[in-house]
Design a protein around this ligand. Sequence first.
Ligand code: COS
Length: 386
Amino acid sequence: MIDFELTDEQRLIQETARDFTDREIVPRARDNDRNEHFDTELVQKIADMGYLGAIVPEEYGGREVDYRTYALIVEEIGRGCSAMRTVVSVVTSLVCSSIVRWGSEEQKQEWLPQLCSGEALGCFGLTEPDTGSDASNLKTRAERVNGGWRISGGKMWISLGNYSKLALVFAQTDPEERHRGIACFLVPTDTDGFSTQEIHHKLGLRGSDTAELSLDGVEVPDSALMGEVGDGFKIAMSALDSGRYSVAAGCVGICQGCVDASVAYAKERTQFDRPIASFQLVQEMLAEMVVETEAARGLVWRAGWLKDEGKPNTTETSIAKLYATEAAVKCANTAIQVHGGSGYVDDYPVERYLRDARVTTLYEGTSQIQKLIIGRSVTGVNALVP
Ligand code: COS
């Protein structure tokens, strides 16, 4: 059975992550957002706390915590700043968890210690300009050359792409094989032919780096191939099982941040000679936010428990991701309502919460994709392809 009581160790890790977030992340979040500044100094502090390799085995430089504990950390960072939470989700879940599960011993030893320590950042190159939800339909090609592979194509919306030393690149080796032809490569970003371009003017996550990647005849040795040719799609999907979980946990943090900010504001703001917290319609908004937050957290913890038990969890992860991301958007919108005009400017974190939450129902699988995964699981009927 799921035990909702945290262990002493989990409580300590949660309190440490909470203090760290309040001390280091919260004070910088607004300025980094305003200035579209990717705060590498703060990223290094996050790495120094061990949060970039939280679920990685200790022998490769990680903290080796379980998935439930990982969610506690990610929730706190998500409460502070989703741009920084994105760094944790991408490096830890999408990149490190893939290498832990699919990498050779040499690949693990080469990359994991650097990624965990923050010496290297990593990015996840799956999405392309013409390939989003239909993830197996990649245009990026990998062809065999002497002793290795030549990769050509482009990747889009890649978080951390401009700052990464390592890119996981998914490429098609044989279009006729569809998803069974996809391979995953560990590509050092200083390889000839690899270039990146910054993407600006985003609605939210302005303190996060987002890139377009170009691979123009990038040549890598055989040792850069992760898993076998044809494992690529499964690697991507298993990475998303961890990544979607991390996004969901971060969104619980947004929800909790909305509750905290709104309760504080409602108690301090007076209208009609009394705190607005005393009005029933304001309490209704607060209650709705609390319920959304608790429900989202419960779904995340359940998915985490399944992961820790080694049980199948793809559907439960989609349920948690769908619910928590939509809840974050709702809570942020409601939090602005509680704050009135003050919520419409960045004196309070709630307008940033709304802008930052908005991408979470898009990236790592849209809400519609999560619904189709859940629908297919409950009916046994694949409605993904008309
Ligand atoms: N873990 C490991 N393997 C998985 C898996 C998982 N979670 N999910 C699917 N697979 C495997 C399947 O077992 C199947 O293997 P076989 O070839 O041996 O049969 C293979 O992958 C294909 O699976 P499936 O039939 O489910 O693939 P679909 O083409 O139906 O596509 C969706 C599945 C649409 C769910 C997938 O393309 C998807 O998640 N799209 C959204 C992509 C996304 O999130 N993009 C954001 C990018 S990161 S910002």
